[in-house]
Design a protein around this ligand. Structure first.
Ligand SMILES: [Zn+2]
Ligand SMILES: [Zn+2]
Length: 76
């Protein structure tokens, strides 16, 4: 089993507390409060959105339902 730091990666947080999980964009560990990309000014967020957008356009004709998912993401 891997050694596991419980420190949040947010610069001004550094709280040694329960880490809620990894950011799905930059894969860094964050506490519950900072886990969302918007909460820690995630460096990869814009790129991630671009990837979503191009993926969305590439699959638009096959997956109409992805529209609502992307809208949810942008409104977070
Ligand atoms: Zn934190
Ligand atoms: Zn991030």
């Amino acid at each position: 089993m891997q050694t596991y730091s419980t420190m949040c990666s947010f610069p001004r947080c550094k709280r040694k507390t329960f880490v809620a999980g990894y950011c799905y964009v930059c894969q860094s560990k964050y506490c519950k409060q900072h886990r969302l990309p918007e909460k820690h000014n995630c460096s990869g967020l814009n790129q991630y959105k671009e990837q979503l957008r191009s993926h969305h356009q590439a699959t638009l004709k096959d997956h109409q339902c992805i529209n609502s998912k992307i809208d949810d993401f942008y409104s977070q």
